[in-house]
Design a protein around this ligand. Structure first.
Ligand SMILES: Cc1cc2nc3c(=O)[nH]c(=O)nc-3n(C[C@H](O)[C@H](O)[C@H](O)COP(=O)(O)OP(=O)(O)OC[C@H]3O[C@@H](n4cnc5c(N)ncnc54)[C@H](O)[C@@H]3O)c2cc1C
Length: 387
């Protein structure tokens, strides 16, 4: 079977790319071992979708189909330092409707897959996974675990941080473990969150509470491995108490709505995101500390840029041409690198115990808080990628 674009990995980055190619005449294939499913309650994996990502999901026809009762706008963000530092961002002040929108991962992915199943130019191979890859001059051959062989002019690796495609092709990744786990769980809270996302830089990690619909919050606690294991060993009631107390009971008592889950955190950089007939997108190309909440926003940025490049090609042009892919790589070089650098620096800055640095980082937050122009510029950058 021959395709123009074959996407290994039907997660959010890969599935959204396939949807975005709907208007083209390209034959698209998606290979994914696990079809997404709606969880019984609230998904533990939730994302802060930036206005730029929301616009992309709207353009490709996904946003309008999301159930509005499962979306929560973030209108304000309150960040607390480890001493008395405080920083406050507001959508209203920055002239925006919202800073971000909180959406469950599975909610978006299920919607994308429903679209893909009806899409005339897409063949879904699922459950299936890529087992081996043989690059050739005119096409790349991908052998699936069931023995079928697919050929494509462009192979897109959207198979996540542990990308098999990247590894099989010997594309080097520089990985720095943070020695931290992202512990996630959902809670109901005693007092309304008022659409405010809260984040605390603490000695035992970075704790974030993101608003969910109703009186619910989703927690991401990026905690050093040992502390994360302690949190994971707590029963739901003790965990809720520990999380409420770490957040200074800002929303009163918390009650656990889900089991806690955890993900290893690491910084991963790849210098070669394209080569002849191959491109890496999403977490296969870069991972980032979750304290900025931008991982999937970067993945959507990749998918949007690649889809636009492919859609702009005349039908006779080969989407696997190196010139096309190099132009894409240049376009996507800056944003991931900049965000990786900033979040990594922030993580290091708040891990340092030195009293002078502790003073400087908290004073810096308070100073920024008193400069509305700087705050608005930071918000504009975080939401649109532009000052
Ligand atoms: C604790 C935590 C909190 C986070 N919070 C946020 C947040 O608030 N906002 C945000 O934007 N990001 C956040 N992220 C980051 C986000 O989870 C990732 O950036 C995002 O999931 C990457 O999407 P992806 O589609 O590139 O990869 P993945 O979601 O990893 O998808 C890869 C897909 O490839 C498939 N696959 C793997 N191997 C093969 C194979 N051999 N053949 C075929 N398919 C294969 C997998 O089954 C999977 O479906 C967070 C991450 C963590 C760890």
């Amino acid at each position: 079977m021959e395709f123009d674009v074959l996407i290994v990995g039907g997660g959010l980055a890969g599935a959204s790319l396939a949807v975005a190619l709907r208007g083209t005449q390209r034959r698209v294939a998606v290979v994914e071992p696990r079809a997404p499913q709606r969880p019984a309650g609230w998904d533990q994996r939730i994302y802060a979708i930036s206005p730029a990502s929301r616009a992309y999901l709207d353009d490709i026809g996904i946003w309008a189909h999301l159930d509005p009762s499962r979306l929560a706008p973030v209108r304000e963000m309150a960040i607390f330092g480890d001493v008395d530092g405080h920083l406050h961002f507001s959508a209203y002040e920055a002239g925006l409707a919202e800073l971000a929108c909180i959406v469950e991962s599975s909610h978006m992915q299920v919607e994308m897959w429903e679209t893909l199943r009806r899409q005339h130019n897409v063949s879904l191979f699922s459950p299936a996974s890529a087992r081996s890859i043989t690059p050739g001059e005119q096409s790349v051959a991908i052998e699936l675990d069931d023995g079928r062989v697919l050929r494509t002019r462009l192979l897109v690796a959207a198979d996540g941080a542990n990308s098999v495609v990247r590894e099989t092709l010997g594309i080097a990744a520089r990985t720095t473990p943070y020695n931290e786990l992202g512990v996630v769980a959902n809670f109901t809270c005693e007092r309304p969150h008022d659409g405010i996302a809260r984040q605390w830089f603490r000695d035992d990690g970075v704790l974030a509470w993101l608003p969910l619909p109703g009186n619910r919050v989703s927690m991401v606690w990026s905690a050093p491995d040992a502390h994360a294991q302690t949190l994971l060993a707590l029963d739901p009631r003790a965990l809720a108490d520990a999380v409420a107390s770490a957040g200074g009971h800002a929303l009163g008592q918390l009650t656990a709505e889900s089991e806690a889950a955890a993900f290893a955190l690491r910084l991963m950089r790849v210098d070669e995101i394209v080569r002849e007939r191959v491109v890496l997108i999403g977490d296969a190309a870069h991972t980032i500390h979750p304290l900025s909440g931008h991982g999937i926003n970067l993945g959507f940025g990749d998918a949007a840029a690649l889809a636009a490049r492919i859609a702009a090609l005349p039908a006779w042009r080969d989407p696997g041409e190196l010139a096309v892919l190099r132009a894409y790589a240049r376009e996507r070089a800056e944003e991931p690198r900049l965000l990786q650098g900033v979040t990594d620096a922030l993580d290091r800055l708040f891990k340092t115990r030195h009293p002078l640095l502790r003073f400087a980082r908290n004073s810096g937050m308070n100073l920024t808080d008193r400069l509305p122009v700087l705050r608005s510029a930071l918000v504009r950058y975080a939401t649109s990628g532009k000052f």
